[in-house]
Design a protein around this ligand. Structure first.
Ligand SMILES: Cc1cc2nc3c(=O)[nH]c(=O)nc-3n(C[C@H](O)[C@H](O)[C@H](O)COP(=O)(O)OP(=O)(O)OC[C@H]3O[C@@H](n4cnc5c(N)ncnc54)[C@H](O)[C@@H]3O)c2cc1C
Length: 399
């Protein structure tokens, strides 16, 4: 197995590293304190071509393979995992269009992301359907005039307040139906948000033909303050036949396909955070002296630094294996995606928690980046399937 990066992959890594160093690192602590949604940073990431990684070559002019995507997201996450979560969410929402949409649907629903820095939301979770998404009740119902009416409520939706388009998973016919569909709901042009606007309140998008989307007030979160998260309610939204992706009975399969692609990307978020936590802790413990020695030279503290380094390296190995499996569409890619997600979440939580501890009292002071990393790390073990769900997937396959 060859672990060396191709010239193109190395270029991506170098580009994102430079972007993080020059644009994210100097601003991140102040932006995090403000709970800003850093539109300018996203616009620059879009200009650099490090957003919308899943868009096919036929539309974008170049293809970013899965391994390169994981490398890009890992490096972006080294800067901030709120930023990388929102950037990656465009792929989470849009990958299904490239995987199962028609040429016309790709042109209609993906082209806007090539043309301008736009945001997409992936709407799966509901108040009563989290880990068990089969319990969802959002549904489409046929209209006599043709097409469907969409109704239902989603929660914890990344990018929702700023979204130009929603990818919605919903039941077909009635809330308790067995079949699930995937529909794309673009916002009307009049609902587009000005590039510098910041949203702090509830927002309503009214469709000229009837129906509306109500986006709740942005959630106040423990961490990842630089991503946006809100509830989304669809009220009598008209959905044309041409907005339904693939077969309207195969939504469950499409969710699995999306998550097989996206879980290595969440793993990349975890590895990026874990590495950052290790690096800031190493730097701190090289500076700080106690008992006449640098903290990193005290044997028990050094053991902990070694344990942190090992977690980062092992999680990165799991990430790369999962990315290669997804790239090759290997039949067992799902369990490697789950393994990588769990390993990376564990590394992120471990490195952030132990890193904070090695900072002593200073780690508890919000001025120190490790305190932010410790807050940000928790969600990596939760979103896109909690640890137990990943174990369930692995358990089902290996037995
Ligand atoms: C910041 C943030 C961003 C998010 N972004 C999105 C998004 O863009 N789109 C989207 O659709 N969703 C999103 N989510 C939702 C996220 O994916 C869910 O929160 C997650 O899947 C867990 O669902 P839940 O919160 O309902 O927890 P529950 O399903 O209620 O689980 C709670 C706990 O129960 C235990 N548990 C659950 N299932 C099992 C099991 N099978 N076996 C054993 N124990 C179990 C676990 O300990 C788990 O942590 C986001 C969430 C957050 C907080």
């Amino acid at each position: 197995m060859d672990f060396s990066l191709s010239d193109t992959q190395q270029q991506y890594v170098d580009t994102v590293k430079k972007f993080v160093k020059n644009e994210i690192a100097p601003a991140v602590m102040a932006l995090d304190k403000k709970h800003a949604f850093p539109r300018q940073i996203f616009s620059k990431a879009w200009e650099l071509g490090v957003m919308n990684l899943c868009i096919p070559e036929s539309l974008k002019g170049f293809e970013v393979d899965v391994v390169s995507s994981a490398l890009i997201i890992k490096e972006l996450s080294y800067g901030d995992t709120g930023i990388s979560t929102s950037a990656m969410c465009n792929d989470l929402a849009n990958v299904v269009i490239g995987q199962h949409g028609t040429e016309e649907q790709m042109e209609r629903f993906l082209r806007p992301f090539v043309d301008r820095p736009a945001f997409a939301s992936f709407c799966l979770t509901e108040p009563g359907a989290g880990s068990d998404n089969s319990a969802m009740t959002t549904f489409i119902k046929k209209r006599e005039e043709g097409g469907y009416i969409l109704n239902g409520a989603k929660c914890f939706i990344t990018n929702a307040s700023y979204a130009d388009q929603f990818t919605v998973f919903c039941k077909v016919g009635k809330p308790t139906a067995n079949f699930m569909a995937c529909v794309i709901v673009p916002c009307p042009p009049a609902a587009q948000i000005a590039p510098d606007a910041e949203i702090h309140e509830t927002r309503e998008i009214v469709f000229p033909g009837g129906g509306k989307i109500i986006i709740g007030k942005p959630e106040e979160k423990l961490g990842q303050a630089l991503s946006n998260t809100a509830a989304v309610t669809f009220e009598d939204v008209i959905v044309g036949e041409d907005q339904v992706i693939g077969d309207r009975r195969l939504g469950f399969k499409y969710v699995v396909d999306v998550l097989d692609y996206a879980r290595p990307m969440v793993a990349a978020i975890g590895v990026g955070l874990a590495k950052r936590a290790f690096d800031v802790t190493l730097e701190y413990t090289k500076e700080r002296k106690q008992f006449g020695q640098r903290i990193c030279d005290l044997p028990v503290a050094r053991d902990m630094l070694v344990a942190m380094w090992k977690k980062v390296e092992l999680a990165e190995l799991a990430l790369m294996k999962a990315a290669v499996k997804v790239q090759e569409q290997a039949p067992d890619r799902g369990i490697y995606a789950s393994l990588a997600k769990n390993a990376a979440a564990e590394a992120a939580l471990f490195c952030a928690t132990e890193g904070l501890h090695l900072h002593g009292g200073y780690g508890f002071i919000t001025e120190y980046e490790i305190s932010k990393l410790a807050r940000d790390a928790h969600i990596i073990d939760i979103y896109e399937g909690v640890r137990e769900v990943q174990n369930m997937i692995i358990g089902r396959e290996i037995l």
